[in-house]
Write a protein that binds this ligand. Sequence first.
Ligand code: ADE
Length: 279
Amino acid sequence: MGDSPKIKIGIIGGSGFDDPTLFENQIEKDVTTPFGKPSDVLIEGQIKGVPCVLLARHGRKHQFQPSDVNYRANIWALKQVGCTHVLATTATGSLVEEYKPGDLVILNDFIDRTWGRKCTFYDRTEGGPKGVCHLPMRPAFCERARNAMITAAKARGYSHHETGTAVVIQGPRFSSRAESLMHRQWGGHLVNMTTVPEVVLAKEAGLSYAAVALVTDYDCWRENETSVSVSEVLAMFAKNVKKAADVIIDAVQVLAAETDLEYLSAHKELVSSAIMLKE
Ligand code: ADE
């Protein structure tokens, strides 16, 4: 006890963390990275003594649509200020009956349907890392951070699913019915617009990353139902986002109580072993 904290947790989401008493010793940091500026200022502080950094993925005014978010700057900025973990929230549509609006899902895999997004740090950007990085994506998410979220969701008694594959679409439009049916056939449980490249970049940065998805709608695959709408997504999100935030806040404590931090070195070693043509 009394040791300096060995972990620092980045939180990507924004909504649901508005309680002004949540962050102790809060300061705002306006940072820049070799990949440009993150979506907004970093809000640094402690949650029950654990160092945390909050970042609004779309900006605090929600000014960036999913394909315009500077995911590289967001992840790099969190790494730059010393984060070891990133815990994220994401609104998702459901592709299966059992994952109901209002449920939480601790993601464990993804199918990438995005295009044109900058999805690697290894592109010779000045000030960025060197080499060519072929990173394995199984597992896509950090199991230890996922388990911390699962423990938190269970303890809260929130309706949740321990696994889920998110089909990540480019947006900003929602899927057509034929696309939605295809995503179901592919084995997707959920659909959203932001998990890729966020999870990929966090892995490239050697960080422990997990995401809790909040189901807001049934997309548009069900018989006799109209398509998902923005008002539906926003209403369900507002009603349930506190549950996702609670899971992250409690997962922070679960992770901080762990003494075996070998997995953090393993994340970094995985990246080193995936790089070719290092100078
Ligand atoms: N985010 C929330 N619901 C969604 C849906 N149905 N498709 C894509 N992204 C979403």
